[in-house]
Design a protein around this ligand. Structure first.
Ligand SMILES: *[C@@H]1O[C@H](CO)[C@@H](O)[C@H](O)[C@H]1NC(C)=O
Ligand SMILES: *[C@@H]1O[C@H](CO)[C@@H](O)[C@H](O)[C@H]1NC(C)=O
Length: 420
C-alpha cells in the first residue's frame, strides 16, 4: 500500500474514533447556558445544585436527603479551565462556583463543559456554559485597592448579595459610588495558610476594587509607609476613618494594597531608624504596571507569512575534511613514535658512559661488594662439612656427651606421671 493511502486510512480511523467518543450518549445534557462577562470585572457563575439535582433521574426519589453532587469543569477540547477562570466548591452539599477576571487577551467566546456527578448513584449530567467576554466600555479603572478580608472563605464572597454588601462597605471608606469588584482571590492562592479546623477560622480573601475616583485620605494613610512601619512593629496601622466594614468583614488593614497612576514607583526607603535596615519596608503604592509585550526574535514568522522551507542543499565534498581529521592526528602520532624510537635506540649511552662518569673509588667499592657477595653465594652452595656442634640439640659443653632429646620407646620403662 502506498504511503499517502496509508495516511488517509489513519486519519479516517482517528476521525471515526474521535467522533464516536464525542457522540457517546452516556449522560443527560442540560440546555446550554449563555452568559457574558466584561474584562476587568469579576465574573462569577454559580453551579446550582438544585438545577443538576432535578436532572438526575434518581435524585428526585429521596426528596428529604440532599444528594451530594460534585462538579468537574473544563474548557471544551482541553483538560482544564482557561487560565483566568477558577473553580471552587467547599463540599458536595454546596453549590460550586466558577469565578475569575478576564483580561483583554481573553476577549471572545469560551465554551466550558461542566459535568455534575451524583456521588450516590454515579449518574452524570452535562451542561455547556458559553461565556462571551466583551471589553469593558471605559477600560480599566486607574485606581485599584486590594483588601484582605480575614473572616471569610472565597466562596462566601462570591454570591452577588455579599459582593454588594462589600461594595457598600467599601464606599464608606473610599467615598465614591462607581466602585466595582475587579478580582477575588483566596488568600491560599497568595501563599496564605490553610486555617486550623476551628469554628470561625477562615482562609481569608483578597478583594480588588476599582474606581475612577482617587483614594480617600484614610485609605492613603492606611497604605502609607508610616502605617506599614507600624504594622511591621506589630502595632495598629494608621487607619483613622470609621471602619464601615465591621462587623460583617474583618479587613486586615496592614495588607491593604493601593494601585494608582500618579504615585511614584516603589523605592527602598532611606530612614534613620535602625530597625528599618532589618525589616526593609516596601512602599505599597505604585503606578499601574505596564507589562511590556513579548519581543519577537528573528526566528518568528511575519503575520500571515508562509514558512518557506530551504531548497535542497548542494552536495558537499566531504573528502578533504575527512582526510584532514584522519591524517593530521595520524601524522602527529607517527612523528612522536619516530622521535621516541630514535631516543630509545640510537641515543642510548649505556655502561661505558656510566663508568666514565663515576669516580674510581666508588667503582672499586662497588666491585668489591659485588665480588664478595658472589664469593659468599659460592660458599653457601658447597656447605657439606659437619655442622658446628653448637647448632646440634642437647650438647653438653663440658663432657661433649650427646643425648637424644626424645626418649626412645626402646627404653621400655614408662615414666609414671606421678611419683609413687
Ligand atoms: C485575579 O487574581 C488571580 C489570582 O491572584 C490572578 O492570577 C489574576 O491575574 C488576577 N486577574 C486580574 C485581571 O487581576
Ligand atoms: C499580610 O501582610 C503581612 C506583612 O505585612 C504578611 O506577613 C502576611 O502574610 C499577609 N497576610 C496574608 C494573608 O497574606
Amino acid at each position: 500500500m502506498e504511503a499517502p493511502e496509508l495516511l488517509r486510512l489513519w486519519v479516517l480511523a482517528a476521525v471515526a474514533l474521535g467522533g464516536s467518543r464525542a457522540a457517546l450518549p452516556d449522560h443527560r445534557v442540560l440546555p446550554d447556558d449563555r452568559v457574558s462577562s466584561k474584562t476587568g470585572a469579576i465574573f462569577v457563575h454559580k453551579l446550582e445544585r438544585e438545577l443538576f439535582q432535578e436532572a438526575f433521574l434518581t435524585g428526585r426519589e429521596d426528596d428529604g436527603v440532599a444528594t451530594p453532587i460534585t462538579f468537574q469543569a473544563h474548557l471544551r477540547d482541553h483538560p482544564d479551565l482557561p487560565r483566568w477562570l477558577r473553580y471552587i466548591q467547599r463540599d458536595p452539599h454546596q453549590s460550586g462556583y466558577l469565578y475569575g477576571c478576564p483580561t483583554a487577551t481573553e476577549l471572545g467566546t469560551h465554551t466550558i463543559e461542566v459535568l455534575a456527578y451524583n456521588r450516590h448513584t454515579y449518574e452524570t449530567v452535562a451542561q455547556r456554559l458559553i461565556v462571551t467576554v466583551i471589553p469593558a466600555p471605559g477600560g480599566e479603572p486607574p485606581y485599584q485597592g486590594e483588601f484582605l478580608v480575614g473572616n471569610r472563605n472565597v466562596e462566601e464572597l462570591l454570591p452577588v448579595a455579599t459582593r454588594n454588601i462589600f461594595l457598600q462597605a467599601t464606599a464608606g471608606v473610599w467615598e465614591w459610588d462607581d466602585l466595582h469588584i475587579i478580582n477575588i482571590t483566596s488568600a491560599l492562592d497568595r501563599g496564605g495558610r490553610v486555617p486550623l479546623p476551628i469554628e470561625g477560622r477562615k482562609e481569608g480573601v483578597y478583594v480588588k476594587v476599582g474606581s475612577w475616583g482617587t483614594f480617600s485620605p484614610c485609605l492613603v494613610a492606611a497604605a502609607s509607609p508610616e502605617s506599614r512601619f507600624r504594622c511591621s512593629l506589630g502595632q495598629q496601622p494608621l487607619a483613622s476613618c470609621y471602619d464601615t466594614f465591621a462587623p460583617h468583614f474583618t479587613i486586615r488593614w496592614c495588607n491593604l494594597t493601593l494601585v494608582s497612576p500618579t504615585c511614584p514607583p516603589p523605592h527602598p526607603m532611606k530612614h534613620p531608624h535602625p530597625l528599618l535596615t532589618i525589616t526593609p519596608l516596601q512602599l505599597q503604592v505604585w503606578p499601574n504596571p505596564t507589562t511590556p509585550g513579548p519581543v519577537w526574535g528573528s526566528g518568528v514568522l511575519e503575520e500571515g507569512g508562509d514558512f518557506q522551507p530551504p531548497t535542497d542543499a548542494p552536495p558537499q565534498d566531504l573528502l578533504p575534511g575527512y582526510l584532514v581529521t584522519l591524517l593530521v592526528p595520524l601524522a602527529v602520532a607517527m612523528l612522536l613514535c619516530l622521535l621516541l624510537g630514535h631516543l630509545m635506540c640510537c641515543r642510548r649511552e649505556g655502561v661505558q658512559k656510566r663508568d666514565l662518569e663515576t669516580s674510581d673509588i666508588q667503582l672499586v667499592h662497588h666491585t668489591t661488594i659485588h665480588s664478595d657477595t658472589e664469593e659468599l653465594r659460592h660458599m653457601a652452595s658447597s656447605r657439606d662439612g659437619p655442622r658446628p656442634l653448637s647448632t646440634l640439640p642437647m650438647f653438653n659443653v663440658r663432657t661433649g656427651q650427646r643425648i637424644n632429646p626424645m626418649p626412645t620407646p626402646s627404653d621400655g620403662a614408662r615414666v609414671p606421671l606421678l611419683p609413687p
